[in-house]
Design a protein around this ligand. Structure first.
Ligand code: ZN
Length: 452
């Protein structure tokens, strides 16, 4: 790849990138001729993106998404590794389910992938070891979310009278298993909304104001504080996923100062939108946690710019159109797609904050390091996988549902303008997308295991 500007968190420099056998063989100016040459003059060359938080719905809900549509969207947007959450069906709570899922989704994957395992109420120490041995990047806890016994499906809104439900994991479950995770240097990803606070504030959702009142920032802060204490006592590394509020950010900072190991993730929807935008967008913008105020957005942007938040991921959570569009706030399912616009929105935000290369930290080096995939992933250096994104810094992309490749095309960033275009995307040296169109053969993606 010749004549581009290589952008990494270390800065930008003019260099050619030589690829051999799927890995990077040299990064230097005036490298020798290759068998195949790609002209990258005028372009930025960035490390392939890693979306540390997607919901592929595969296996389980093909009407919402599967690995083929997910990874087509990822490839188109410059995401070369997706990290899938474990609430597929059956949930990824044993090594056997992990193995079956890997086999099933590999056949459809157009980009590389890694998987989270599930920490549930019934998870035992042996299960933690087995899942990590199988290759999980860590375990995910959905505090307050129950499990359907019959098909092992995670249930977001448990009905008290439903006898088929296994109770949700709680702080006790986390405290019991924290030493096992800490011993293996594996993180716990936590959906941080305290179930007790959510119960106390529960109400019918007639409008966006009800959603904010029913899922207050307080719930996020209380859960973060509790997990922070567990981390201090056990050494557990807590990944606060989809951080949405200034109050939650303050709780995480307090916990960190007290000795907790906290890694913070936020999402484009919380960095770009406010409650006013969400109210205008309607049920498409219903998600947990909620999109909050301009002050919350400003606090998250500031922390991201200052390095206190180490990654941006999407919480890509597609649904079938009839589960979102035309429904009320009360009845619409929570979640929104986003994997395809992660890199572009991060580049735009990084530029506005004064340094385009920061995007490479937020969506490549940051998640790769925290998930122990670095430097094989998330880096442009000799020996790393040749996951590369060629970006035109002089073009503009307007987000449009019609151009998206996820099965749910209507995302919350619809209509946003980003002053970049993704021109070409490579996974281990092979072209997987050109000019926003997927070009990969399904089945070329591979499971990536963390190095511990
Ligand atoms: Zn999620």
């Amino acid at each position: 790849m010749r004549g581009g500007t290589v952008c990494t968190p270390g800065g930008r420099r003019a260099a050619d990138v030589c690829v051999s056998g799927g890995t990077i063989a040299a990064v230097e100016r005036g490298a020798g001729r290759g068998r195949e040459e790609v002209d990258a003059r005028g372009m930025l060359v960035l490390p392939g993106g890693i979306d540390a938080h997607v919901h592929s719905r595969d296996p389980g809900f093909p009407e919402k998404e599967d690995f083929a549509s997910l990874t087509a969207a990822a490839a188109a947007g410059g995401i070369t590794t997706v990290v899938d959450m474990p609430n597929t069906v059956p949930a990824v709570e044993t090594a056997a389910v992990f193995g079956a899922k890997v086999e099933q989704v590999t056949a459809r994957a157009a980009v590389d992938f890694a998987l989270w395992g599930l920490l549930g109420a019934g998870t035992r120490s042996e299960d933690v070891d087995d899942l990590l041995d199988a290759g999980a990047v860590g375990l995910k806890a959905y505090l307050g979310y129950a499990m359907r016994r019959s098909n092992r499906q995670v249930v977001y809104v448990p009905d008290a009278g439903d006898t088929d439900l296994e109770p949700p994991p709680d702080y006790g479950t986390v405290a019991r298993l924290a030493p096992d995770l800490a011993r293996r240097r594996a993180p716990l990803a936590a959906h941080c909304e305290d179930p007790g606070v959510l119960r106390a504030f529960h109400r019918r959702l007639d409008g966006y104001g009800d959603l904010l009142a029913a899922r207050p920032a307080l719930a996020e802060a209380v859960a973060i504080a509790a997990l922070g204490v567990i981390s201090q006592r056990t050494g557990l590394e807590v990944h606060v996923v989809h951080l949405s509020s200034a109050l939650g950010l303050a709780a995480a900072r307090d916990a960190g100062r007290a000795g907790a190991r906290m890694v913070l993730e936020t999402c484009p929807q919380y960095l770009w939108l406010t409650d006013e935008d969400a109210a205008r967008l309607g049920p498409v913008a219903k998600m947990y946690p909620a999109i909050r105020t301009a002050a919350d957005r400003a606090a998250l942007r500031e922390a991201l710019g200052a390095g206190g938040i180490s990654r941006v991921a999407t919480d890509h959570a597609p649904h079938a159109d009839d589960e979102k569009l035309g429904r009320s706030f009360e009845d619409a399912l929570p979640g929104s797609p986003g994997v395809e616009t992660l890199y572009l929105s991060s580049l735009e935000l990084a530029r506005r904050l004064g340094d385009v290369t920061a995007a490479a930290r937020w969506v490549a080096e940051g998640p790769a390091t925290a998930l122990r995939l670095h430097p094989r992933k998330g880096a442009i250096q000799v020996g790393a996988d040749a996951d590369l994104v060629v970006v035109d810094p002089d073009a503009e992309t307007v987000v449009s549902a019609g151009a998206m490749h996820s099965r749910q095309r209507h995302g919350v960033l619809e209509g946003q303008r980003f002053g970049f275009a993704v021109r070409a995307v490579y996974v281990r040296g092979e072209l997987v997308a050109r000019d926003g169109e997927p070009a990969a053969r399904p089945g070329r993606g591979r499971l990536v295991r963390p190095a511990r």
